[in-house]
Ligand binder design. Structure first.
Ligand SMILES: Nc1ncnc2c1ncn2[C@@H]1O[C@H](COP(=O)(O)OP(=O)(O)OP(=O)(O)O)[C@@H](O)[C@H]1O
Length: 613
């Protein structure tokens, strides 16, 4: 039998369109053809199990070979094979009808719609024509008494199909797909290039793939196994395989769901110390063990992109454009499933091993906060295990902390004021002052903390946050009792003027306050609101650009009840200025703000004052 035929495509010139646009990556032709070979092998195994195939399965490897001289790539399997009739049906009709449909839809659409259409088609076999000018199929079905089927197509809509016998007959069951590589696709005749493609896409396929005499895949990657059959070592070993030279992961989640969508995978929590590491290793997306992409942006919630590992789901549409992915119901469900799993895992770690959880917090805190900020559902779960740490190093959950500071840190309006430091070294004096009052101070010095604080203020009832140097200690948490000033109103005004002259700086608001005599003579503070705007802007808070040009602003509180106030008031004019400037410089020094010329002047003045005593 020899048959020439015309593939039922009513469109001319479809090949150039498909070749150009079907996939931007031509390399995936190999993924498609090897997957088909694997499918054919799996189908034969199933037929064997069902008793419909009674012969010997024999060795079932899929072999990929390249002959550079002859410009041929061959993909051979020992799967179920196809008869000539089946080739007509599956290749000419199914594979090519997909192509026809594609082109019909593709014609006369705008670019966005075209993107969408390309996304919906996985044309499988057809992708061979992206790199081949002619494709041959040699196939022998597993069914008894069938002849070899031989199909050739040169990329036009014409094909030839015959059933050769004698020396051209295929001895063994299975299919060889032979690609005659086109001139513009020479790169695919290079062994190294093919090996690269195979290890990228086929590394975990369930049937052995041999290339140049070497099996390139693991047929049963650990995500396909039951967690009960795996040890911690299996998980960490697999992590090393995925991301060589990485630090071991902190912990992991084995995903396994089959309703209402199908998904398996392992997500690892890496040690994240700074945000630069976020994107380094990516989550890999597979569909039935075939690698699809590591661009999982819309499949995995943004904040979970910090995680590493693999996700395998046949329910995620492949090759699709982003807008299509976002709208896909399965993808949305997968999204919330993963979020829930991650939250549950963290909650479990917290419950089972609080100490261990605290030890891991420096590595996972950033991630948890990011999650709380970007996903409300995650916030709801995480609010009971998210930790804060005080300057003494003790960890609290948010409810624990509220409880802890409630008695002492309520202001006169019944608001709990949480005090925090962004730099325990630089703000040491302020922390000390707060602690002397019996207040507790949290360390909130991570990149996301300004945003995190904003969120907590919104979510926690009657709670506000103040950086420990936002005001003098008495005013950080305003109580009913007031310290009386020993100065008369006149003296206060006079003192304020004297200090204004000594300070002579527009950005410094000088005020006289009745502080405790034990407090410093002058204290410089940075008002919470303005500073926060600037912090937010620095870490990329939305809409904060308008504060960009605002100058720094400071409050200079002169302590009316400190002996220095009396000395400045009663000294000779020049000596009074000197004293005021000295007291102000000390305050600058405490805020780490005394620099350059002012510092030199301060050192000199201090020496003079020492000599004068
Ligand atoms: N190596 C093979 N052995 C046996 N049958 C094959 C082989 N390759 C392709 N086929 C048959 O040809 C059909 C069409 O293949 P094609 O790759 O175009 O689409 P598909 O595999 O059904 O879907 P997909 O678009 O997901 O790849 C397959 O369904 C299968 O029946």
């Amino acid at each position: 039998m020899q048959e020439k035929g015309s593939i039922s495509i009513h469109t001319e010139n479809i090949f150039p369109i498909i070749k150009k646009f079907l996939y931007s990556d031509h390399e995936i032709f190999l993924r498609e053809l090897v997957s088909n070979a694997v499918d054919a092998t799996q189908k034969l195994k199933s037929l064997g199990q069902l008793g419909e195939f009674k012969g010997e399965l024999g060795e079932l490897k899929v072999r990929v070979t390249v002959d550079k001289e002859a410009r041929k790539i061959t993909i051979s399997d020992r799967g179920l094979g196809m008869t000539a009739e089946e080739i007509k049906k599956y290749i000419n009709q199914i594979a090519f009808s997909g192509a026809t449909e594609f082109v019909e839809k593709y014609k006369e659409k705008d670019a966005a719609a075209k993107d969408q259409i390309i996304g919906q088609f996985g044309l499988g076999f057809y992708s061979a024509f992206m790199v081949a000018k002619e494709v041959e199929i040699w196939s022998k079905s597993y069914k008894d008494d069938t002849l070899t089927a031989h199909w050739i197509c040169d990329g036009s809509t014409e094909f030839t199909l015959d059933e050769p016998t004698g020396e051209h007959a295929k001895a063994e069951r299975g299919t060889d797909v032979v690609l005659h590589v086109a001139e513009d696709s020479d790169e695919f005749l290079e062994e190294a290039r093919l090996k690269g493609i195979l290890t990228k896409y086929c590394k975990f396929l369930p049937v052995e793939i041999e290339f140049e005499g070497e099996v390139i895949n693991q047929t049963a990657p650990i995500w396909t196994k039951q967690p009960a059959d795996l040890t911690d070592e299996d998980y960490t070993k697999f992590y090393q395989e995925l991301y060589p030279f990485s630090e071991p992961p902190l912990f992991w989640i084995h995903l396994n769901v089959d309703y209402p969508f199908n998904l398996t995978g392992i997500l690892y929590f890496p040690k994240v110390k700074d945000e630069l590491q976020f994107q380094r290793n990516k989550i890999q997306l597979y569909s039935r063990q075939v690698f699809i992409t590591d661009e999982v942006k819309d499949v995995v919630p943004e904040f979970l992109m910090l995680l590493h590992g693999v996700i395998d789901s046949p329910d995620i549409p492949l090759n699709v454009s982003r807008s299509f992915l976002q709208a896909d119901g399965n993808v949305r469900k997968i999204n919330s499933y993963i979020t829930k799993k991650v939250a549950d895992k963290l909650a479990e770690l917290y419950r089972k091993d609080r100490t261990g959880f605290e030890e891991k917090w420096p590595d996972i805190g950033l991630f948890v906060k990011y999650g709380m900020l970007s996903d409300d559902k995650f916030y709801e779960k995480a609010k009971d295990f998210a930790l804060v740490q005080n300057v003494a190093g003790k960890f609290f959950t948010l409810p624990e902390y509220q409880e802890f500071v409630q008695a002492n840190q309520k202001d006169k309006n019944d608001q709990t004021v949480v005090l925090y430091t962004t730099d325990a070294e630089a703000q040491h004096g302020f922390i000390q002052a707060a602690q002397d009052r019996g207040y507790d101070v949290l360390k909130l010095d991570a990149v996301l903390d300004p945003h995190f604080i904003g969120q907590l203020e919104q979510k926690l009832e009657k709670t506000s946050f103040k950086r420990v140097d936002a005001d003098t200690v008495g005013k950080l948490i305003e109580k009913d009792e007031q310290t009386e000033s020993v100065l008369s109103e006149d003296d206060k005004t006079k003192l304020q003027e004297l200090f204004k002259t000594a300070v002579s700086n527009e950005q410094m608001q000088v005020q006289v306050s009745a502080l405790s005599p034990q407090d410093a003579p002058v204290i410089i503070t940075v008002p919470e609101f303005m500073r926060r705007m600037k912090d937010m802007q620095r870490t990329g808070g939305g809409g904060m650009q308008m504060f960009g040009s605002l100058p720094d602003s400071y409050t200079v509180s002169v302590n009316a009840n400190h002996p220095v106030a009396q000395r400045v008031l009663h000294a000779e004019a020049e000596a009074g200025q000197k004293l005021a400037r000295q007291a102000f410089d000390l305050a600058l020094l405490a805020q780490n703000m005394l620099k350059g010329e002012a510092l030199t002047a301060f050192v000199k003045r201090s020496a003079d004052l020492l000599a004068a005593e």
